[in-house]
Design a protein around this ligand. Structure first.
Ligand code: 9D3
Length: 254
């Protein structure tokens, strides 16, 4: 898969995209990433990329002529979709990551604490993505988030051990708790079942604890998920645990 990233701050991208799993994926040729400086497409002597908004008001607007020159230079005659990272975009999630991972090429356009001329959005942008409801200084980190989340889904990028299929959001539940040696630390013991070697019980424990975490921390995820009959049964056990706890607490306060 190939990513083209258009930005006013290309130097922001070097560390994250050359390190760790994304760096390895590039080295092994599974993914390639080109970062382009939008300013290289500003042709005036001051290389101006933005201007004051028509109609007045605060803030600056990235110029349509500069952006379109940059986009057309990068896109060439390919039909790769242009994704604009924007606070107004659809909120990025694992499902979108999966859809993007099926494409051969993506062009990501990042702004930096400013808007783009609406004509670019209307005629050159295919999708708009946000990474969540908080205010950043630009679309650079969001572009890196998209590249990271999509890259790790590409065949061959993760080893078998960390198969992306097994992941938290992949099956719609949060992860179960993990432990490693020692079995006891300052009298804090690892749950007995994990030392038992009984794979059926271990599997059941992990499913139940994943459900517990999801129930307590992200009940919204449970509402969206199709639960198996096993999962329904575990969830009923949890509901019983917490209502028993409630009854105990009620007695305490009496
Ligand atoms: C208040 C008017 N604008 C400021 C000139 C709003 C604004 C535009 C651009 C605020 C922040 C930004 C910079 N953010 C992004 O470009 C961005 C973003 C984000 O801030 N949060 C979550 N996802 C994204 S994707 C791109």
């Amino acid at each position: 898969m190939h990513f083209d990233i258009l930005t006013l701050f290309p130097e922001m991208f070097t560390g994250p995209l050359t390190t760790s799993i994304v760096g390895k994926a590039q080295e092994s040729g599974l993914v390639s990433i080109d970062v382009w400086n939008i300013r290289d497409h500003a042709l005036d002597k001051h290389r101006i990329v933005d201007d004051a908004p028509y109609g007045g008001g605060a803030g600056m607007v990235l110029k349509v002529d500069v952006l379109v020159r940059a986009l057309e230079a990068v896109r060439g005659d390919s039909d790769a979709p242009v994704i604009y990272l924007s606070p107004q975009g659809k909120v990025f999630n694992q499902q979108i990551a999966g859809q993007l991972a099926r494409l051969p090429r993506l062009i990501l356009l990042s702004g930096h604490y400013e808007e783009i001329d609406e004509r670019v959005r209307e005629h050159w942008v295919d999708f708009e993505l946000s990474i969540g409801d908080y205010v950043l200084t630009g679309g650079e980190l969001p572009a890196m988030v998209v590249v990271d989340a999509v890259t790790r889904l590409l065949p061959g990028v993760l080893g078998d051990e960390t198969s992306s299929q097994q992941d938290s959001f992949q099956d719609g539940l949060l992860d179960y708790p993990h432990y490693t040696r020692p079995a006891e630390f300052r009298s804090l013991a690892v749950p007995e079942v994990l030392l038992s070697g009984h794979h059926g019980n271990i599997e059941r424990f992990r499913r139940k604890e994943a459900l517990r975490r999801t129930l307590l921390r992200r009940p919204d995820l449970l509402e969206k998920k199709d639960l198996s009959s096993k999962e329904c049964q575990l969830l009923e056990e949890l509901a019983e645990e917490y209502s028993a706890e409630g009854r105990l607490n009620t007695n305490e306060s009496d």
